[in-house]
Design a protein around this ligand. Structure first.
Ligand SMILES: Cc1cc2nc3c(=O)[nH]c(=O)nc-3n(C[C@H](O)[C@H](O)[C@H](O)COP(=O)(O)OP(=O)(O)OC[C@H]3O[C@@H](n4cnc5c(N)ncnc54)[C@H](O)[C@@H]3O)c2cc1C
Ligand SMILES: Cc1cc2nc3c(=O)[nH]c(=O)nc-3n(C[C@H](O)[C@H](O)[C@H](O)COP(=O)(O)O)c2cc1C
Length: 584
């Protein structure tokens, strides 16, 4: 019997990839021949020839599929496919999402339905991971995995006389790491060429916009690229790879007793011909560079990190604790130890000393650094060859009273003019620019103003001057981003701006309050003038509060009842008259 299994993932920030790799390890223990690939790295036209395929896909934007499965999804949607295309293929689908979003797990749901339409045999009902579950993703994943293997093993039993590889046995490493004093073949050190849509950006300035005594440091980052191919549209998003700071990496290497290796070159080779190095990695680099540019050591780890670490800690009590963390019963304990205080990988390694980590397992243990997205805050019409970002530097105190810094923004805050930010990828966001003759209501509190600045600069450069901006911040004189620009546009009659300063008076005022106050104008623009409404900023409560304020306006100024207001708002969403790009 053919016991090969293909595991395909679509992942934006690495969670679905991590689940796919976990499934891959579990399949290896069950003696399957395993391939784990991003969906778009697999030749989808061969799908009908596979026996057993597991799909793991997350959700991004507003119910959209991740970038690395878009091509495959388009292929599967082709109308020309016969309804028995996948009749010989056993499949299962696990979706990752967050039920606080309106379109919960849409790609997983749509993929499951499409596989059914194409005749696939779904051997397990769909799993819907939900960040809102009190155990996070694992709440749905762990029971789904149990059911999956029961079904798979019933159909693909182990050959006679062959036993499952026990969990206590460490699987072979995915990569081999060879240390060298020198690299004879210098081409091994070359970073792969940028792919289409990726650009190296030179920093021109990195300016703090908030007052020095304000609690948050928000940066206006200006970067340029001289190429004629460099292009983006308002509403697009820049995807940026972070780096760890050299001094932090040096301290980490000391902690791990690896400092003597820091300047040695390390050559990384996948052990499996189907596996490649992650995108953008050179084949060889110094050990220090591996941790500066590629491996996440200061992020909060996922469950799979604890699973791996259990093999490398030598204290039996530590092994027991780590193994407990990865069981369904140990989830609360792991949450209290790791997620709640947002403990970093480096801190966890310190807690579980002594460690014995064979070098070949380093790439299995440490997750790759994941890129972060930023709404572009400029227009090429106003700033040719330039991309500007508006970035809040993440710094907060945990329940342990420890100061935590965001992985990317800690590095971004150090960028100086002349530094080059490599491989910035430009992708479409969830909002787009309306035609010039359509008025615009832009709602962008905090750094949510970033894409609004891009829209407004572009529109004003093309004489589309019917614009309204609702901005929100704490204090007029501390964090009113781009205040001078808005006031200049307002004087030129190109913009009406309504700023909400939540803490400048005893009663708190937010953008949703100003929307209600300006209800007559808002209703007239939406209903009479058919304007476009765009919203950006925090994905917490704000989007729902804005939606509620808009529906209240529809009732008070449009005479709709509650059900009609709801329907009106849903229709705006459906037609794209209302769009939002929000993040946590
Ligand atoms: C489409 C899109 C567009 C975006 N546009 C922008 C933009 O224009 N400007 C911008 O600044 N950001 C934007 N972001 C957010 C950005 O991608 C990063 O998430 C952000 O910069 C933090 O990255 P980091 O690596 O510094 O932090 P990380 O190391 O990833 O840490 C962030 C995490 O820390 C935790 N955290 C943060 N603050 C606290 C707190 N006070 N208490 C407890 N936990 C906390 C949260 O769990 C949070 O998810 C956007 C995100 C998306 C998806
Ligand atoms: C910017 C952003 C947008 C998201 N949009 C949705 C959504 O519309 N629906 C949903 O169910 N989950 C949504 N999610 C939740 C993710 O799908 C979920 O966190 C998932 O675990 C991420 O997996 P990944 O790291 O593999 O991309 C969103 C998450 C982010 C960061």
């Amino acid at each position: 019997m053919d016991r090969s299994i293909l595991i395909l993932y679509g992942s934006e920030t690495g969670c679905a990839q991590d689940v796919a790799e976990t499934l891959g390890r579990q399949a290896r223990r069950r003696r399957f021949k395993v391939r784990v690939l991003a969906m778009d790295d697999y030749a989808m036209e061969n799908l009908g020839n596979e026996k057993l395929v597991l799909f793991v896909c997350s959700t991004t934007g507003q119910g959209e599929e991740p970038a690395n499965m878009k091509k495959s999804w388009q292929f599967l949607l082709k109308k020309s496919h016969p309804s028995d295309l996948l009749q010989d293929v056993d499949c299962a689908v696990f979706g990752l999402g967050d039920s606080s979003y309106r379109k919960f797990n849409y790609p997983g749901k749509k993929l499951y339905r499409r596989l059914q339409q194409l005749g696939a045999n779904l051997i397990q009902s769909r799993g819907d991971g939900d960040d809102q579950h009190y155990q996070g993703l694992d709440g749905a994943l762990l029971p789904w995995i149990d059911g999956l293997w029961a079904n798979v093993m019933a159909k693909y039993p182990l050959p006679d006389g062959v036993a499952r590889i026990l969990d206590t046995e460490l699987l072979p490493p995915s990569y081999s790491l060879t240390f060298m004093d020198d690299v004879a073949d210098a081409s091994l050190l070359n970073e792969p060429r940028n792919q289409p849509g990726e650009f190296d950006m030179t920093v021109q300035s990195n300016t703090r916009m908030t007052a020095a005594d304000h609690f948050q440091d928000v940066r206006h980052l200006v970067m340029t690229n001289p190429s004629d191919d460099f292009s983006y549209c308002p509403g697009d998003v820049a995807v940026v790879y972070p780096e760890n700071l050299e001094e932090d990496v040096n301290a980490f290497l000391e902690q791990m007793e690896w400092a003597h290796l820091a300047d040695k070159f390390v050559y990384c080779q996948p052990n499996d011909k189907d596996k490649a190095l992650p995108h953008g990695w050179p084949a060889a680099m110094t050990f220090r560079q591996l941790f500066i540019k590629h491996l996440d050591i200061f992020g909060v780890p996922r469950r799979s990190f604890f699973e791996m670490l259990a093999y490398f800690t030598t204290n039996p009590n530590h092994v027991e604790r780590l193994q407990e963390f990865i069981t369904p019963e140990g989830q609360d304990d792991m949450w209290a130890y790791c997620q709640r205080p947002r403990r970093t990988i480096a801190e966890i390694l310190f807690d579980f000393k002594p460690l014995s980590i064979p070098y070949d397992y380093i790439l299995d243990l440490f997750p790759p650094l994941q890129p972060r997205s930023f709404s572009i805050a400029s227009s090429l019409k106003a700033h040719p060859h330039t991309m500007e970002l508006c970035v809040g530097i993440v710094k907060y105190k945990t329940v342990l009273k420890k100061i935590r810094r965001g992985v990317l923004t800690k590095w971004l805050a150090t960028l100086q003019p002349g530094n080059v930010v490599k491989r910035v990828r430009i992708v479409k966001g969830t909002m787009d620019l309306p035609p010039s003759d359509v008025p615009l209501i832009a709602i962008g509190p905090g750094t949510g103003v970033a894409p609004m600045r891009s829209f407004l600069e572009e529109r004003i450069a093309t004489n589309a001057n019917d614009n309204v901006l609702f901005f929100g911040c704490r204090h007029q004189d501390k964090d009113y981003h781009y205040k001078d620009e808005w006031e200049t546009y307002a004087k030129q009659n190109k913009l009406k701006v309504f700023p909400a300063f939540s803490r400048d008076q005893t009663v708190k005022v937010y953008v949703q309050d100003l929307l209600s106050q300006q209800g007559a104008l808002v209703w007239d623009m939406i209903d009479e003038q058919q304007c476009k409404v765009v919203l950006s900023g925090s994905s917490g409560k704000m989007p729902d509060q804005v939606a509620y304020a808009l529906k209240t306006v529809f009732m008070q100024h449009g005479g709709l009842d509650a059900a009609e207001a709801e329907e009106y708002f849903n229709f705006m969403n459906k037609t794209g008259q209302y769009q939002e790009e929000c993040w946590s």
